[in-house]
Write a new protein. Structure first.
Length: 251
């Protein structure tokens, strides 16, 4: 079987984007890592939120081997998209005013915590209000988004602002509007989105920077090990016991 030309082009596009964010967002990644480390060191808690496919990058740093045990998913029922019927309901909920405030008010998040808000476009009411309300509550907000959307599209929030306008640190994924890296003769629509690859890399790079910052301060990062390696369950049990009051996905 011959090699797929389009498959190779997707890898090239994804690698190019990863190189861009590594080089162009390094200072912001370091700042985001410091914010996470500051909160961990101060006894605070970590939360991540994303809607639609942006939720995949948020989930990628929650309860996983090699990840911080303290990272909690701030869940909004229905907005993952593929877990409700019809799936389009998730997209509709992203545009509902007031939903973010209700979620935050009923969550354990409080002043001094960190919230990472992941939204590719950053233009819908839910991520915009999530960031606005979180900052009003005294949380530090890290936004992971594509700044191109703020430059080339219109906000869907009454404030006419985007997620990037309400964050302490912004990580720009550099994804082009439309989130499709390839086009080809005979295929009407562009295809091969790379946002999940790049956004997940930004999330993991931030957590790596946070681990580095904690070690520099003489603190052990609260990391989980794989349950599929010898001793993993025992290690994780100790971590869960030590940080149990800051871990909410077990309750």
């Amino acid at each position: 079987m011959s090699e797929s030309k389009l498959a190779g082009q997707f890898f090239d596009a994804a690698i190019g984007l990863l190189q861009r964010v590594r080089d162009e967002e390094s200072d912001n990644i370091a700042a985001a890592g410091e914010a996470v480390a500051d909160t961990v060191a101060a006894g605070g808690r970590l939360f991540a939120f994303g809607a639609g496919h942006s939720s995949l990058a948020a989930q990628d740093v929650v309860y996983r081997a090699g990840g911080f045990a303290l990272m909690n998913l701030l869940a909004v029922p229905g907005v993952v998209g593929v877990d409700v019927m019809p799936a389009t309901l998730g997209s509709a909920l992203e545009r509902v005013d007031g939903l973010a405030g209700a979620v935050l008010d009923s969550s354990p998040a409080k002043a001094g915590d960190v919230l990472v808000v992941v939204s590719l476009s950053g233009r819908n009411a839910l991520p915009v209000e999530m960031a606005m309300n979180a900052r009003a509550l005294g949380l530090k907000v890290i936004g992971v988004t594509s700044v191109a959307y703020a430059e080339e599209t219109k906000s869907r929030h009454v404030s006419n602002t985007f997620l990037k306008d309400h964050c302490d640190v912004v990580l720009d994924s550099k994804i082009a509007v439309g989130d499709a890296e390839l086009s080809h003769e005979g295929i009407e629509a562009p295809f091969a989105p790379a946002s999940t690859v790049v956004t997940s890399a930004l999330m993991q790079a931030t957590m790596a920077a946070a681990a580095e910052s904690l070690v520099r301060r003489g603190l052990e990062p609260p990391l989980l090990r794989s349950g599929n390696v010898d001793g993993g369950h025992e290690w994780n049990g100790r971590v869960m016991a030590e940080y149990g009051d800051r871990i909410f996905y077990r309750r």
